[in-house]
Every structure is written in C-alpha cells, then in structure tokens.
Ligand binder design. Structure first.
Ligand SMILES: Cc1ncc(COP(=O)(O)O)c(C=O)c1O
Length: 405
C-alpha cells in the first residue's frame, strides 16, 4: 500500500466509523472543567467528567500548581534516574502510597502507562530460572490499559499465560485457580479494576483477597475510579469493602478524583516499587510528571485528608441524584458509585426532552451526558443501553427557582 492509498483507506475507514455511529466527537469547552461548564455558548451541567471531587478547578489545587511552576519550573526535561529527582516527586509518592494503604509508590506519566508497565516489568524477568510459566487471571471487563498491559507482557514474556474470568465472578475465578493448582506457575496475578467504569460496579475485593491468599497469588487492583471516591475517607474500594491495607498492588490515576490533570502511580511493597524503578520501561524511558502537576496532586490528596466534607458531599450528591433520577421514572443500575448508568430506550429520550422542557433544566441546553451529545451530533443510539451520568462534589442542588430561570 503506498502512502496515498493508505490515506484514502483511512478516509474510507473514518466514514465507516461514522456510518456505524461510533465516531467519537470532541465537544469544545469554553470554560474550565467544573460542575457547570460552558459549551456552544450555554451553561451546561457536566455529567461526563471524572472530576469526582471537583478538584480540577479548586482554588487551592490551582494555587498549588502555580507554586510548583514557580518553585520547580515547568518540567524536568528527562527521566528521574538521568536528570535527578525532585523532593516533591518523592513526597507525592509517599503520600499516594499511604493514601491507598501501601508501603511505597512510583509515579508514571499516566495510569495507562502504569498498567502497561507493571506486568511486563515483573514477568519479563526470569530471576535466574529457566523453566517456568507465569499466569494472569484478569476480569473480563478490566480497563483497556490492563488488557494492553497483559498483551504487552505476553508479547515480551512469551511464557506468560493469561486467563479471563467472568466479570466479578468469584466462583469462576476459584474454579480456574483450583484447576491450575498443580501447574506450579511461578508468579500468579489476579488483576481487577476496583470499580468497573461502565456500570459503577465494585470488584468483590474481600473474596479476591481471600482467593489470592489461599492460592498464593498477587492481587492487583486498579483504583482509578475509586481513589478519592469510595470509602468514608475516600481511600477507595478497599476502604469501602473493609480490606484497606490488604491489597498487594494498587494502581491509580491523578487524572480523575485526585486533581484531574494527569499522571498515575503503582503502589505496593517497598521491594516491588524499587524493582519497578529499575525495570518499568514507561518509567525509565519517559519523562517525569511535571512539577506543577505533582504539587497540585499533593494538594489534592491533602485536601481530601484535611477536608472530609469534600468526600462526604460527593456521597450525598450521588445518593441524591440516584434517588432523584428514579423519581423521574428512569431505571438505573443500582449501586453506590457516582457513575450512574441510566437505562434508556428510545422513548426515554422523549421523556428527557419533556422533563427538561418542563424544568428548563440545563440538559436541554446541552448536558454533559456524553451519549446525549453524541445523539445530538447524529450518532446512532443502540437501545436499550445505559448512558452514564457522573456525579461530582462540584454539583450543587438547584432550587426550583434557579432551575426555572
Ligand atoms: C480503570 C482505569 N484505569 C486506567 C485508566 C487510565 O488512566 P490515565 O488517564 O491516568 O491514563 C482509566 C482512564 O479512563 C481507567 O478508567
């Protein structure tokens, strides 16, 4: 295929994606991220971002970012083992580890990079053994970054076996572990999202902790949608489900509740984290997280620790929205997470329009519900399917008078 043929093939493929109704449009925002944003000249309620705690434009977080910029500059211009580590990076790593209940942590440029890094770093190393196999048991609905992490690992470490267990199905996982008992795998990892972002379901962590112990496996949990969100003090799914401090490896993002910019981390035992500092390729071959993001993320975690009302309010807003949307007659997938999947059949759109028309709620002027915007932009909606509303501390309850104005 020469380059011109390639470009015309790409154009054709883009048309195919549009025809299939799965083209992703990016809505231009005219304001900073928040509970209310401006788009197409209108104030819109943002129900699509992962700005769970409203920290993405919190004044103290913004101030901390400025401080980072002023004191530590714009960037480090290389990787930490080559050009030096700043104390703020070490401080954030310590804070993030403590926050999720682990001994230590290592920053990466994103949680995607962290998840890609982890499996390959560990399993591509023979540790002096010649004849061995490793195995990863992965929940079938794990995030793309875990899927890619496992794929990358299998590409590099060919002796790694990966097995999918049914979503949150502890009995299925137990069956697999039992079946494999005699196989003498060298390293066994159970990998799961703490919260599955499509439906807001929680992983059955207490059972997974139990299985990991029973079968000598390492439990890996991606807490991207849970850190700062779940648990009385925002320490995530382990806190919510009573197993805080009992997870072997936790990955998380700084791009959602913990400030909302970018960056990720892997947390676990000291020796594991030190090993990753040597062997994680996305860590050793990619630039450090910029100082302003580091200082702002430190501030974000401190705020969560020092002002528990930020988390409490998220929980209250979530309960309020979940009960309110049901009162309006919508069916939702039940749960406790601020991701609220609302089941919509085609006729439900009419009800949305009607409800918005009656209340003049800002949804009619362009809500943050992504699928709604996609529908407006001409994409097919396969129904019935849920759309997700994501609730934030930044949302406030409008009085009827405000809603009508
Ligand atoms: C479960 C999960 N893991 C990882 C990521 C990637 O996080 P980051 O944006 O820090 O790369 C996401 C982002 O959507 C996620 O939902």
């Amino acid at each position: 295929m020469n380059s011109e043929t390639l470009y015309s093939t790409l154009n054709q493929e883009l048309n195919n994606i549009k025809a299939a109704g799965t083209f992703k449009y990016e809505v231009p925002l005219e304001s900073e991220q928040g509970g209310i944003v401006k788009a197409a000249g209108h104030d819109c309620i943002m129900l699509a971002s992962n700005n769970y705690l409203g920290l993405a434009n919190h004044p103290k977080v913004k101030q901390a970012a400025h401080r980072g910029l002023d004191e530590w500059g714009y960037g480090l211009s290389s990787v930490r083992f080559i050009c030096g580590t700043e104390p703020i990076h070490l401080e954030l790593e310590k804070l993030a580890a403590e926050f999720v209940g682990c001994e230590a942590s290592i920053l990466h440029s994103s949680c995607f990079a962290a998840n890609e890094a982890f499996f390959a770093a560990l399993m591509a190393n023979d540790f002096g053994q010649t004849d061995y196999q490793d195995v990863i048991y992965s929940d079938q609905f794990n995030h793309a970054s875990i899927i890619d992490g496992v794929r990358l690992c299998r590409g590099i470490a060919k002796q790694t076996v990966s097995k999918l267990y049914r979503n949150r199905d502890v009995a299925h996982l137990r069956e697999m572990l039992q079946e494999d008992k005699e196989k003498n795998y060298r390293i066994k990892i159970i990998a799961t999202d703490g919260v599955f972002s499509m439906e807001g379901h929680l992983a059955p962590l207490p059972d997974l902790v139990q299985l990991a112990r029973e079968f000598g496996a390492l439990l890996f949990v991606d807490e991207s949608h849970a850190s700062g969100v779940l648990g009385r003090t925002g320490r995530g799914t382990p806190e919510e489900l009573g197993v805080f401090g009992q997870i072997d490896v936790i990955t998380g993002t700084l791009g959602k509740a913990l400030g909302g910019a970018s960056g990720g981390f892997i947390a676990g035992r000291h020796e594991l984290i030190e090993f990753l500092r040597q062997k994680s390729r996305p860590y050793t071959f990619s630039n450090s997280v910029p100082p302003s993001v580091v200082t702002a993320s430190i501030e974000a975690i401190r705020l969560i620790e020092e002002e528990p009302s930020i988390v409490t309010r998220l929980h209250e807003n979530t309960a309020y929205f979940r009960s309110g949307i049901k009162k309006l007659g919508f069916t939702i997938i039940e749960g406790i997470h601020p991701i609220v999947p609302i089941m919509l059949e085609r006729r439900s759109w009419l009800r949305i329009w009607l409800a918005c028309f009656l209340t003049k709620a800002s949804i009619s002027r362009g809500s943050g519900i992504q699928s709604y915007l996609r529908e407006k932009q001409g994409c097919a909606l396969r129904s019935p399917r849920p759309i997700r509303g994501k609730i934030s501390t930044a949302h406030s309850r409008l009085s009827k008078r405000q809603a009508n104005s």
